[in-house]
Ligand binder design. Sequence first.
Ligand SMILES: [Zn+2]
Length: 118
Amino acid sequence: MEIFRDFTFDAAHAIEGLPDGHKCKHMHGHTYRLTVYLTGGLDPTIGWILDFADLKKLVWTECLDVLDHKNLNEIAGMGSPTCENITLWIWGRLKPKLPGLTQITVREGANSGCTYSG
Ligand SMILES: [Zn+2]
């Protein structure tokens, strides 16, 4: 059994190293959607893996407070702020705090994204 929670955050980025004329070379913004999946045993009294409210607080504190309404090119440790590197950065911050983390998905707009499971 896995539970998940969706989050959204807004941020800007520009991808360096692209050829002239590539639209992603210039600073622009996205509304990103993050989905966090985790597993674990059910609390025998309450019957849940984790309180969704606690998950929300953790993801915001560890990741989204850092990323939301920011220039992702200036985030320490991210490198080139591609969807793939954003996903790896979020995974690296969440996994130590959430041992049951099984997968995260970062969607960059409606039709594109990256999934990582370690
Ligand atoms: Zn972009």
